[in-house]
Write a protein that binds this ligand. Sequence first.
Ligand code: FPP
Length: 239
Amino acid sequence: MNTFSQESPAALVEKSALRHIAFIMDGNGRWANARMLPREAGHKAGADTFKKIVRYCCSIGIRYCTVYAFSTENWNRPKAEVDAIMRLLDKFVREADDEKEIEFHFIGDRTPLAKDMCAHLEKLENDTRGRPYVLNIALNYGGRGEIVQAVNACLAEGKTQITKEDLTRHLYTAHCPDPDLVVRTGKELRISNYLLWQSAYAEYYFSDKMWPDLTPDDIDEMVRSFAGRKRRWGGLDKA
Ligand code: FPP
């Protein structure tokens, strides 16, 4: 039991300086299987949960959220499933006008995405600049690919030696601080090529719940867990 547990989630977010939470939304397929539904239904339920969870994180003062919506490896899934996820994303982007407080960023390689979709992503990003909360949606994202493209961007600037700062400047997440807390649902204990550079000093939280089942109460528990941890950044306790 940690000493912060009586405080509100918003107070704990503030006190523990939890600025950025990043989610691996795993378990949609198993959630659907357990209900004898097609995997696509799991992604649909996952998209609904995503909206609720992001809104809740904003409501307790977490300024930056990142979600892993589609990895560079997810193209290996059956076409029907890939198409279903892309349709959900497209629908979400078209309806995202409802979110008045969120600044949107799509992080990842857009090259293989449909032109129409890219135009919508860009418009949403441009129309929402300067809002109080930031949501990064990782789409056709892979951490290793991101680092390689950042190195190539440095080379294109004519650099022959690079610093950590040079590389960070060219990451897809250059506009936000590193994640403080990385959460993976779905009972798997791996990071799946997610925010590899940015998570060097992140705290991790693994939940046995399937993503569509996640609730604000679970977020409160994650916040309590985070607030009870001692981050040392490779150093020693101040005491
Ligand atoms: C991982 O679960 C989830 C994905 C690969 C897709 C995540 C997509 C969504 C939540 C919907 C679209 C998102 C937005 C932002 C509108 P899995 O399918 O690998 O689950 P499993 O391990 O149980 O099979």
